[in-house]
Write a protein that binds this ligand. Structure first.
Ligand code: OOG
Ligand code: MG
Length: 271
């Protein structure tokens, strides 16, 4: 890592992004603060910022994959797959509410979630990945970049735990249907805003789980039995605003929804 004034450490950069998330205040992109991170250093910052969440009492409940679809890569201008931990504090109850006061400029995107029944790590076949899964659910991910204007480099977004900030899970389906081409509709207040197919996720969302296992193996970690794995969004993300009702209807998997509230007056992007 190239250190600004030679005083920045992984720990202090992690505190920058973690504080931004905690206080819901946007910060300048690290890459624009002369904090030059390699991809490996960005993952170290991610790990250190997640460690701060764990120290506050959260637990790791899974991982999310990012940029597994062209729609997402194009929306954000990043073309490499990324991954990061999901923690207990990010889980929003199905049908529940998300309070905008806790976020900077959150967006929602349609996903598919896997529930693992076996540990998974390293190079695995599609069949091995499938046999490690207990159930599949439709899911909504809430992403909230801690960077001003929701703009970032690959290293910036990795250091910021891949914009992870919330996720909502629909009913787990134990009788798992074919996942390769399911229609997905993301609706806001009853209006369909994004139409996609699960095929947008690496051609087949199972491939995202295979990739997740590989990335875990490469980093010397394990995807654990009981964890949730988010495969990555099938479409571009949509911005959230107070009063909205969001739902995803996923063919063969069903529906998942939540409401958006605002407990205090909004002043726009908080920076
Ligand atoms: C980064 C996270 C990408 C996905 O599903 O592709 C992601 C972002 O877009 O802010 O979660
Ligand atoms: Mg996502």
């Amino acid at each position: 890592m190239l250190q600004r004034n030679n005083v920045l450490t992984v720990e202090s950069v992690a505190r920058l992004v973690d504080d931004a998330a905690l206080n819901a205040r946007a910060i300048t992109q690290l890459s624009r603060q002369e904090i030059e991170l390699t991809v490996a250093a960005a993952y170290q910052v991610q790990q250190a910022s997640v460690a701060r969440r764990l120290a506050r009492g959260e637990s790791q409940v899974g991982i999310k994959m990012g940029f597994t679809s062209r729609a997402k890569m194009q929306q954000m201008g990043v073309d490499e797959m990324i991954w990061g931990p999901l923690t207990s504090g990010m889980l929003i109850e199905e049908g529940g509410s998300l309070d905008l006061a806790q976020f900077i400029h959150p967006r929602v995107e349609p996903e598919i979630a896997f529930l693992l029944k076996k540990d998974l790590s390293g190079v695995v076949s599609l069949a091995e990945a499938m046999s490690a899964v207990e159930a599949v659910a439709p899911a909504l991910e809430i992403i909230d970049s801690r960077y001003r204007d929701f703009r970032f480099s690959l290293q910036d977004v990795i250091a910021d735990n891949c914009s992870s900030s919330g996720f909502v899970l629909g009913q787990w389906q134990r009788a798992i249907p074919q996942l390769d081409n399911l229609g997905m509709v993301l609706a806001i207040d009853g209006d369909a805003r994004e139409f996609g197919s699960s095929a947008a996720i690496l051609g087949n969302p199972w491939r995202s789980l295979v990739a997740a296992a590989r990335l875990a193996g490469e980093s010397g970690s394990v995807l654990k039995a009981g964890w949730t794995v988010l495969a990555g969004a099938a479409t571009a993300a949509q911005p959230l605003a107070a009063g909205q009702h969001i739902f995803l209807e996923c063919e063969a998997l069903g529906r998942v929804e939540f409401k958006v509230i605002h407990s205090v007056e909004s002043t726009g992007e908080k920076s």
